[in-house]
Design a protein around this ligand. Structure first.
Ligand code: NAP
Length: 261
């Protein structure tokens, strides 16, 4: 039986660009009303919401720095006032931070944690009372295969550690919330084409990076944002109520990670 997405309301953090954008579009295509969170890029988020509304869907853009708990609470309240009770939360907002033991400094690491870890906690705390009261919720956290600890990027340690924390919290929060009808899962993407991975690389550098990572995947290519959105929609679906505490690597089958997950 196909899931019935009627009356589903999703809040997607960092929903205007990259993976979040594909997730927003996928959930809207299923029929969910979607709140598109942004931090810096209001215009892009507003334009995406307008595009979804023009196609007959329901969407709004909602600004908040996920590191700011009060702003996240206000964003959740606004979403519920306009779209209705939030039934799906996707914690996608995240930042990268390249640093080694030599270059580590506390402010950079604090900001990384504040967005990638605290942001996830803030958003879950903002929606969980309503989900508990309705005895229904689907929470999907965006982790990373970096969380498994075996990536080869030298500057990735601290980013990887924040995503490992997301994995642990996913399982622990699933335990705390499972009895309330709320599932908590994580999607751990492999290398996927977005602004984050594209970084400041030139076209030639990017082609080389892409080719190298494509060779490392059983499927012979890097990820596209839709590949990740597909897995998020699976965990977010009404029919997925007996799937919780799972970390799903979506990475095209990385041959340098056989045995992960
Ligand atoms: P991206 O292209 O850099 O986009 C990041 C998104 O997060 C943007 O929408 C941005 O919003 C939002 N964001 C950043 N800081 C925020 C904050 N403090 N509050 C609210 N929103 C904030 O990155 P991406 O590649 O799509 O990554 C999305 C998620 O997937 C991240 O958690 C990332 O760690 C994870 N991931 C990505 C890959 C990959 O290969 N791309 C692999 C593994 C995991 P604004 O535009 O408004 O700033």
């Amino acid at each position: 039986m196909a899931s019935n997405w009627t009356n589903q309301v999703a809040l997607v953090t960092g929903g205007a660009r990259g993976l979040g954008r594909a997730i927003v579009k996928r959930l809207a295509a299923h029929g969910a009303a979607v709140a598109i969170n942004y931090a810096a890029n209001a215009t892009v988020a507003e334009a995406l919401a307008a595009e979804i509304r023009a196609g007959g869907g329901h969407a709004i853009a909602v600004g908040a720095d996920v590191a700011d708990a009060a702003a996240v609470n206000a964003m959740a309240a606004r979403t519920e006032a306009v779209l209705g009770p939030i039934s799906i939360l996707v914690n996608n907002a995240g930042i990268a931070w390249a640093a080694t033991l030599e270059t580590w400094e506390p402010a950079g690491f604090a900001r990384l944690r504040a967005v990638n870890v605290d942001g996830t906690i803030h958003a879950i705390r903002a929606v969980m009372a309503g989900m508990k009261a309705r005895r229904y919720g689907r929470i999907v956290n965006i982790s990373s295969i970096a969380a498994f600890g075996t990536t080869g990027f030298p500057g990735n340690h601290f980013y990887a550690s924040t995503k490992a924390e997301v994995n642990i919290l996913t399982r622990r929060f699933a335990l705390e919330l499972g009895g309330h009808g709320i599932t908590v899962n994580a999607v751990a993407p492999g290398f996927t084409r977005t602004d984050m991975t594209r970084g400041g690389n030139t076209e030639a550098e990017w082609k080389e990076i892409e080719a190298g990572l494509a060779r490392a995947a059983m499927t012979g290519r890097i990820g596209e944002p839709d590949d990740i959105a597909n897995a998020v929609a699976f965990f977010g679906a009404p029919d997925s109520g007996w799937i919780t505490a799972q970390i799903l690597a979506v990475d095209g089958g990385r041959t340098d990670y056989i045995g992960h997950g």
